[in-house]
Design a protein. Sequence first.
Length: 288
Amino acid sequence: MDTAAYKAKVTDAFNGAAAIYDRMGVEFFTPMGRRLVERAAPRPGERVLDIGCGLGATLLPAARLIGPAGHALGIDIAPAMIQEARREAGRQGIENVEVRVMDGEHPDLPPGSFDLILGSYSVIFLPDARTALARFARLLAPGGRIAFTSPVFTRDTFPFLPPMFTELIPLELLRHLPESWHPEQLHRQLHSWLEHPADLTAALGGTGFTDVEIVDEPVQMTAVSGAAWVDWSHTQGMRLLWQHLPEKEAAALRTRLITALDALSDSDSDSTVRIEVPVRYVRATVAH
């Protein structure tokens, strides 16, 4: 993998989406972030680091729980995301938060300076996440914890999306993506250590963590309409696919997705589309 090119594409994608990210009539990252914080259970006065903080879906709930005696630092590779997270913290009146532009794979931070590291759908997408985990372990004080989320990967489903999308998005469309996002590369980077809990536990154990807990739990994604979901998908990870699809194939995919999603809406009450998304929650304690 060309790591520099990969990170440049990710940065550009999220810089372009920052102003509307997770704000288009779809709820997913916010409830998932809240649930991750609930499972991680930050304590008053703790020092928290959020890797790939985005707009603060995990960072800000954690900051509230640690209170004024604690400190929460959010880092993200996309400057526009950091700007939006800073504005959101201000809007919510949360003062114990700091945000910085930083590469989450190589955080330039002092050893032992955090009690809890969080990463919601972020840590796992670092080009060499397993090596990064060892760096995170060194950033934690004795007894420190890490908690992060991941999709529940299986070989027979479309990556990153709920299982229902496997029938709607042909895997052959991935041929239009940059090489680093092709199925065989994704399998090497993600499935090889995230698909099976035993492999994930071993990876964490080999990078300085113990007492690993893995729980798969659904998050209910909601969208005001099928069209809203498709528009929202242009602001997150799937943006890279939309950017590379030929116009004709993109138009056909848009129509197919909107039709299928609108068919899921509850017409008896409102037009809300509800989709259960399997999410893997991982917690571990630093071994030192």
